[in-house]
Design a protein around this ligand. Structure first.
Ligand code: FMN
Length: 445
């Protein structure tokens, strides 16, 4: 069975410990048993990709295929990627009790792709083939993940809609794909979710964190409009925020991601809203922090220090021409307004005043002493509990390397991380092991 997160306890207080932590991409390598049931859809080829990823990530996968699924993907392919024979015959000699044995063996059961036919049969409790019998014998204490794939008309048929609702009522988790063009050429809901999303959902279903955190993450860079087509922006890709969001979601935490519109989209599914400008991010933070009680905020967004207040052309001042395009005949003078620091207000705006706040600090050429004082200045007055520090001088090329260190607000070095993946893993382990503070009534601080 999938274990909880690696216990690090006080070990994270020691510098450099993150170097020895398992990378996030290997965090599930403890060999969970995944029973993967395929039914007859063109999307079986995508399911093969998901199965292959699961095996590479250390899980043991047993594939079960309906007769129709084997019309789309060969048993040899499934056997090749899982290293196990494919089960498909309820009455196979020597395997007649597979429909009970495999159900008991599994830590998680996945039906992917789930055809309209299989969904309807599952909801009706039919067990006249191996897939159906396995699902009838399902132990509802274990997660059952259903990943539908079908033509939009089949998807919206009342029987299919009712079957999905019935399965969810029994405790099945449904992973919907995005709307778009399906294999039959029609556009609408029904596409299978992408393989990396399927893997992330399976690992999230398996994960049992010691403490399930409610986490708000900001990611990507703001863009401050000059006119309808020009902005003052920054080079943030949103890579760090996306990897951190993925890590927390995959480990079973409840993640809300506020993401810049052009920032990297995480592979794991989170509740997500997008922003473009400082003002939009500010408004989103305001709403989420007041409406939900978060345990942690990881503020990784690169927020512009300035917004355009006015544009001066030939001595005439005007507001930013959002919705128009300024002519380029006259060089404009931009009058900038300093934006308030969002970090200053995260705690005071939060329903949970004891929320654990993680801030980010970028320096250039800072040694440990300089980093320590930069961290102290940023985290001062209780603004942040931890600061992730990275230095431009440590990323001299365009390699994407991102060596970072996590500091406690008091100035203790918590962990050094070789890259973003290690950083995401270290943050998750750190926040899970951080003792929660006793709840203080709003306004008491
Ligand atoms: C080329 C082709 C593609 C198909 N794709 C789908 C599909 O994506 N989703 C679906 O529900 N049925 C699809 N079907 C229909 C199913 O294969 C059919 O309903 C079959 O009986 C399902 O059996 P099963 O649910 O036991 O696997 C497809 C059929 C064909 C011939």
């Amino acid at each position: 069975m999938h274990a909880g997160p690696n216990s690090v306890g006080g070990a994270l207080d020691a510098p450099s410990v993150a170097d020895s932590l398992p990378p996030a991409t290997q965090s599930a390598m403890d060999g969970s048993h995944v029973l993967f049931i395929l039914s007859g859809s063109i999307a079986c080829y995508k399911a093969c990709d998901a199965i292959s990823q699961l095996v590479q990530r250390g899980h043991r996968v047993r594939a079960v295929a309906t007769e129709a699924a084997l019309r789309f993907v060969g048993a040899a392919t499934l056997e090749g990627i899982t290293g196990q024979p494919v089960a498909h015959d309820l009455f196979a000699p020597g395997a007649a009790l597979d429909h009970i044995g495999l159900a008991r063996w599994a830590d998680v059961v996945v039906v992917c792709p789930a055809t309209a036919n299989t969904l309807n049969r599952m909801a009706a409790g039919l067990g006249d083939d191996l897939a159906g019998a396995l699902l009838l014998a399902h132990d509802w204490n274990k997660p059952l993940l259903v990943v539908p794939a079908m033509n939009p008309a089949m998807r919206s048929h009342p029987a299919t809609v009712a079957a999905m609702a019935r399965l969810q009522g029994w405790g099945a988790r449904l992973l919907r794909g995005t709307s778009g063009r399906t294999a039959c050429g029609e556009v609408g809901e029904g596409r299978l979710a992408e393989p990396d999303e399927i893997v992330a959902a399976i690992e999230a279903a398996l994960a049992r964190p010691a403490r399930r955190l409610h986490v708000l993450i900001t990611s990507g860079g703001t863009a401050e409009p000059i006119d309808g087509v020009r902005v003052i922006g920054n080079l943030s890709s949103g890579e760090t925020g996306a990897l951190v969001a993925e890590q927390f979601a995959r480990r079973g935490h409840d993640v809300v991601l506020l993401r810049a519109r052009n920032a990297r989209v995480p592979a794991a599914r989170c509740r997500e809203e997008t922003f473009s400008t400082f003002a939009e991010l500010d408004a989103l933070l305001d709403r989420w922090l007041r409406e939900e009680r978060f345990d942690a905020i990881i503020h990784a967004a690169a927020v512009s220090d300035f917004s355009v207040q006015a544009i001066e052309r030939a001595g005439v001042l005007a507001a930013p021409a959002v919705g128009a395009k300024l002519e380029s005949d006259v060089a404009p003078v931009l009058h900038l307004r300093r934006n308030p620091k969002l970090l200053d207000t995260l705690r005071t705006r939060s329903r949970n005043r004891d929320v654990c706040v993680v801030a980010f600090k970028l320096t250039r050429g800072a040694d440990d002493a300089a980093a320590r004082s930069a961290v102290a200045a940023l985290a001062g007055s209780g603004r942040a509990d931890f600061v992730v520090h990275n230095d431009l001088a440590a990323r001299p090329d365009q390699s994407g390397a991102f060596p970072a260190a996590i500091w406690r607000a008091g100035g203790t070095l918590v962990a050094r991380c070789a890259d973003r993946v290690a950083l995401a893993a270290a943050l998750e382990q750190l926040l899970v092991s951080e003792p929660s503070k006793p709840e203080v009534a709003n306004g008491a601080i």
